[in-house]
Design a protein around this ligand. Structure first.
Ligand SMILES: NC(=O)c1ccc[n+]([C@@H]2O[C@H](COP(=O)([O-])OP(=O)(O)OC[C@H]3O[C@@H](n4cnc5c(N)ncnc54)[C@H](OP(=O)(O)O)[C@@H]3O)[C@@H](O)[C@H]2O)c1
Length: 382
């Protein structure tokens, strides 16, 4: 029976993860849950699953949270430090990194230090500190299993051959809600328009990232570190149906892909049960229905964020921390109506250009660059 801690259990990944755990109660059990501010939802999750620990990471809510809505079997904790405490508990076997943004780094890092299996959805951690994260996992014997559907697909397809026989990987992208739009037309995109994704239901930050294609940019960087690839071994193709989740091409020309209807429960379940596969609650392909699978090249001019991803994957060093933080801050400003849609990528470009690059930074240096980039975005002018 695997004991699982779900970091960010109130989010889109977190709630899907709880659905998966609830459907596999004979082989896994929920031992820890965390939220930042949505404590009432966390309380309901505690009442349903009776985990041993629940953490509200925003410690300022200590006097607001009503203890009585949580299960009496659950110990209620506050503050980001408590996330680190829970993931290190000896009875936790698997940690799901489902917190959004760089806020997810600490819990993921602590879990890797403790040598746990980490099912990683939080791509920002790998974008910020990919080489350090992979190095840490190597030293402690921790296992990192991707949850991002594209990286889960690559992980699965890679099992078809030897690592040294991989020629390249191709990440698929739905193209987001503005696929086919010209750069000029994108000038008028509002937060409401950017939050309406055609195929995936996700949290607001990643939904905006999908609309700018920054999400794919972050995934290119994530893939480089996770799979130990050169950046010129990674390509992106637009596939609006989101059924082929990505593919690997081997040196002999064979292409191995992974397909399923667009639903995060499948890659989450795979990360929790790997190397086994079990019956699940994810929808199945219906091969009796005629369908078209369409592929097209991405438009780097209309979606310049994608080019930034390849540039940062090539450069490494401090550039991932800067791009990631600049984007997080710019997306916040866009969602609050203070920055225009196309300015997200422009602002990130300028902050990347302005930063003092270091090729082999420490974690402290990366976090310092993260803070610097956020401040730069606040002062950025079109
Ligand atoms: N959603 C998807 O389908 C999907 C697919 C692939 C990868 N991912 C990745 O998975 C991660 C989560 O995405 P999501 O869509 O699930 O996000 P989301 O729906 O916005 O949920 C974010 C979760 O993180 C918590 N959180 C927010 N700020 C925090 C902070 N400062 N400290 C601690 N916890 C904090 C939230 O708590 P509250 O609820 O209390 O705010 C919530 O539980 C992201 O890195 C994303 O790129 C998501």
């Amino acid at each position: 029976m695997n004991q699982i801690a779900v970091l960010g259990s109130t989010g889109s990944i977190g709630t899907s993860c709880l659905d998966v755990i609830g459907s596999c109660r004979d082989r896994m059990s929920l031992a820890g849950i965390t939220a930042h501010s949505r404590w009432e939802m966390l309380g309901r999750q505690s009442e349903t699953y009776h985990p041993r620990w629940a953490v509200v990471s925003d410690a300022s809510l200590r006097s607001t949270v009503r203890r009585e809505i949580f299960s009496r079997h659950t110990e209620l904790l506050f503050g980001a430090d408590s996330i680190e405490r829970v993931v290190c508990e000896p009875e936790i076997d698997v940690v799901v990194a489902g917190i959004v943004g760089v806020a997810g780094l600490r819990g993921t890092w602590a879990a890797l230090e403790a040598g746990k299996r980490v099912a990683i959805a939080n791509k920002e951690t790998l974008v910020l500190a990919g080489p350090l994260v992979m190095d840490l996992a190597g030293k402690t014997g921790a296992t990192l299993i991707p949850v991002d559907s594209e990286h889960s697909a690559i992980f699965q397809a890679m099992l078809a051959g030897r690592r040294q026989d991989v020629r390249r990987i191709v990440l698929t992208s739905s193209g987001g809600p503005f696929r086919g739009w010209s750069a000029e037309r994108l000038n008028d995109v509002t937060p409401e328009m950017a939050l309406a994704h055609p195929t995936w239901e996700m949290g607001p930050k990643i939904t905006v990232d999908s609309a700018t294609m920054m999400n794919k940019a972050l995934e290119v960087i994530e893939a480089k570190w996770l799979f130990g690839l050169q950046s010129d071994q990674i390509e992106v193709v637009v596939h609006p149906q989101s059924i082929v989740h990505s593919f690997v091409e081997f040196v002999d020309g064979s292409v191995i892909a992974q397909l399923s209807p667009p639903d995060m429960k499948l890659p989450i379940q795979y990360a929790l049960t790997y190397p086994e596969r079990t019956e699940g609650i994810s929808p199945r392909m219906d091969w009796k229905q005629a369908m078209d699978l369409h592929f097209e090249a991405p438009d780097f001019d209309a979606f310049p964020a994608l080019g930034l991803g390849f540039e940062v994957a090539e450069r490494g060093g401090t550039s991932g921390a800067v791009l990631n933080a600049a984007n997080e801050a710019a997306v916040d400003l866009f969602l609050s109506g203070k920055l225009r849609f196309r300015d997200i990528a422009r602002a990130c470009r300028d902050v990347l250009n302005a930063h003092h690059f270091a090729p082999t930074p420490t974690l402290d240096e990366l976090l310092q660059k993260d803070r610097w980039a956020r401040e730069e975005i606040q002062q950025w002018k079109p």
